[in-house]
Ligand binder design. Sequence first.
Ligand code: 6PG
Length: 479
Amino acid sequence: MSGTAQIGVTGLAVMGRNLARNFARNGYTVAVHNRTTAKTDALVEEFGDEGAFVAARTPEEFVAALERPRRLVIMVKAGEPTDAVIQEFAPLLDEGDVIIDGGNAHFEDTRRREKELRGRGIHFVGAGISGGEEGALNGPSIMPGGSAESYASLGPMLEKIAAKAKDGTPCTTHIGPDGAGHFVKMVHNGIEYADMQLIGEAYQLLRDVAGYSPAQIADIFRTWNTGRLDSYLIEITAEVLSHVDAATGKPFVDVVLDRAEQKGTGRWTVQIALDLGVPVSGIAEAVFARSVSGHADLRDASRHLAGPTARKLREDEAPAFADQVEQALYASKIVAYTQGFHEITAGSEQYDWDIDLGKVAAIWRGGCIIRAAFLDRITSAYEAQPDMPSLLSDKSFAEEIAAAQDDWRTVIATAVAQGVPTPAFAATLAYYDSLRAERLPAALTQGQRDYFGAHTYHRTDREGTFHTLWGDDKSEVEN
Ligand code: 6PG
């Protein structure tokens, strides 16, 4: 027997609840289920008038409520809870049914689950969902992986509930097989970390070097948000900076403990990049910056470490410096995205996913945390040249960086001279300069490796693998 609900959501914490409401508000009948039934009842009681919900008390009731092929979304914590829920529901399903994991799962877990369930005839869709609580309710960016067949059955529904870009395109697309969706969501989060860190560094410079107050910096960010930096993260940064703590009357940002936490997706982005051999230095510095901030013990000892104190500029000098920081932020941001897209290219090649980078950029234009006006241009760049080796191969981005780079360098030099830490600014510029360099010191590294370990090297002037007999007459042998 087949039920009436077109989709089911199990796991009704904030994200699950909001996603269920989003489906219902878009006209779908939604079966809802939670381990503790109180949450199911509360959802139906509070939001029952938003659409058609079927409250299920048991897994059996939940599965029976779904029309076939069944589509059920799991919204529980990544890791073991997800496996436990899959084990609970899979035996109740039939061939052709679709399980969707909407959590921030590690893509390797998704690959494992997909394979296991495929063997049982069940489609498993690892779907990255970005946009936080608000996005889940009003339109997230959705990055589903899995079989093309599962997307045929699920895609139209996802397209309906997803955010829409300014041109009306839904912010979801079939990313690729098995773990592709969660991989792309992971990299999204890595870029998110870099974006946030770069904004943080810009804030610190505007405060410590230019001498602006948080409220003034909020205004600067508001202005930036009307230009090429237009993005969700810049917009909310202005909101956070202009917020005043009710208890103390101080800027909110001054009463929050400066230790950044992380759930892990940014860290995964870097771990996987290391495995794939992809240089994501800007993203890595953002992850490390969070770790440094969390080491209260190390930072306490650092009180004894000498260094310059940032010098506040004269009031009339500050606006010009703020303009330079905008240039630096934009240039570094382009590099951080370049690194993220490179990691997606490498993942796609490694796992045979055939990911369309233009489509990824397109579905990040709305709904997700890194949504930004310039993703329109990244979309067009990849549409025009799908195989470009790097975003920096695009002429218009390269030209923009060329125009920004004097200020970019000045800002970083100022930060270094004045002792303001700007690890992500500096790492992204170093990446850019590494790509520009005609010769890198890697030749010397090869010489050292050959010296102490006979690790061999290649020559610039002829084919082959060589080793120098360093201890003897330093003659060269071909291996
Ligand atoms: C999103 C966010 C979301 C989230 C992460 C990041 O795309 O909606 O990235 O997935 O906020 O949990 O959190 P951490 O900063 O704790 O790693």
